[in-house]
Design a protein. Structure first.
Length: 398
């Protein structure tokens, strides 16, 4: 989508900024975030309570301020989530600017801070191409109104820069949240496409595996049916062939399914990087598995070890950094491939293993390896899983 299309889409009923509160906690959080900006109302409120104005001016100023706050909260609380009718947005924003101008011009400089709210509203609600001129226009209007009592330099230094920067900062935050939402939608789309592609691949593989076998079974069944009345011996041979083909097809399907279910180091390394990064942990993880890999069962055991270790780091360690490394070793018992996962978190003694580590140790030992867990070299926790390598895969001792 081009930038122009993205801006034009804001004039239609779409989400333009953030999302509506889904529960009480989100409602309170958003109310608190919006309420922080009400600090600029302290000057107008103090001006009303100081008794500097007549009773009529105080009453009209209070009413004007109340209507101004209602318009502002309506804009930033309601229309920053889902905009269905732009007429209400434009009317509320126009009324906001008119009230800020009238109150500041009639009641004095303490009311100039209302233009900050108008600038924030422009940045939070209006499309970017309109906010680019609306925010400077509001700032310029504030300076023109303020020139009645103050000098140009004081206005620009005190409120002009604040009004301008706050408006554009809100536009930046709004655009950032829009981009974040689009990225989340894109990630969900990519995940869905990947799942669809995997289904298609599985369908193609099963078709390749079963298409020939089922066609052969159908053909031989027809032959057996025709031979059965005249030549039962040949019909029996066809039935025996059908049984053999069926058994082979069943073996092929089982091997294909086990291949889909088997854990691989390449897949688990990618998953480890994603999980650690999502948890805010600095991940030192190899991009690819080592060139020297053990057999399928041993590789699957290492993949399970990597998954279990990373899961524990994410859930329990409170670590800031996690390091994953592979080392090929030559021992008296033969060549080994060692996987180490070490973090700098809370650590543990490793004296009492949980169910996950116990099952993992049994899985590694089943392929002739061993599992070692305990405190890291400096702090944190360290897991080391070793599985045997074929002698030809290790060039030299490490």
């Amino acid at each position: 989508m081009s930038e122009t299309e993205a801006e034009d889409s804001e004039l239609h009923p779409v989400y333009t900024f953030g999302r509506p509160p889904q529960n009480r906690r989100q409602f309170l959080t958003k109310s608190l975030w919006i309420g922080v900006w009400l600090v600029f109302l302290s000057a107008p409120v103090k001006d009303l309570t100081d008794g500097r104005h007549t009773a009529l001016a105080t009453v009209l100023g209070s009413l004007g301020l109340a209507v101004f706050v209602v318009c502002y909260l309506t804009l930033v609380f309601r229309y920053t989530t889902r905009i269905l009718q732009w007429g209400g947005v434009i009317a509320s924003f126009g009324l906001l600017v008119v009230l800020a101008t009238a109150l500041a011009f009639s009641l004095g400089d303490p009311w100039l801070g209302l233009f900050v709210y108008a600038s924030v509203s422009a940045g939070a609600v209006l499309p970017m191409r309109y906010a680019l001129w609306a925010i400077p226009s509001v700032t310029l209007l504030m300076i023109v109104v303020g020139l009645r009592d103050d000098g140009l330099g004081d206005l620009i230094t005190n409120l002009g820069v604040i009004t301008l920067l706050v408006g554009f900062a809100m536009s930046g935050v709004r655009q950032l949240i829009r981009t974040t939402i689009q990225l989340r939608q894109a990630r969900a789309t990519v995940a869905q496409l990947a799942a669809n592609e995997e289904r298609l691949r599985l369908a193609r593989d099963l078709h390749d595996l079963l298409g020939h076998s089922l066609s052969l079974i159908t053909l031989k069944s027809e032959l057996a049916g025709r031979m059965l009345p005249t030549d039962p011996a040949k019909a029996a041979q066809q039935v025996a062939d059908i049984e053999q083909v069926s058994r082979q097809a069943l073996v092929d399907v089982r091997e294909a399914v086990s291949g889909y279910r088997r854990r691989t180091l390449a897949g688990e390394l990618a998953g480890a990087r994603t999980a650690l990064t999502a948890a805010g942990i600095d991940a030192d993880v190899p991009m690819e598995p080592p060139a020297a890999l053990p057999g399928e069962e041993a590789e699957a055991a290492l993949a399970w070890a990597l998954r279990e270790a990373v899961t524990n780091v994410v859930r329990h360690s409170g670590a800031r950094r996690c390091t994953v490394a592979f080392t090929a070793r030559q021992t008296l018992a033969g060549p080994l491939l060692e996987l180490t996962v070490e973090d700098d978190g809370a650590g543990g003694s490793g004296a009492v293993a949980g169910n996950g580590l116990t099952g993992l140790a049994e899985r590694v030992e089943a392929v002739g390896g061993d599992l070692e867990t305990g405190p890291g070299a400096r702090r944190g926790f360290r897991l080391a899983a070793r599985v045997p390598l074929a002698k030809a895969t290790v060039g030299s001792p490490s």
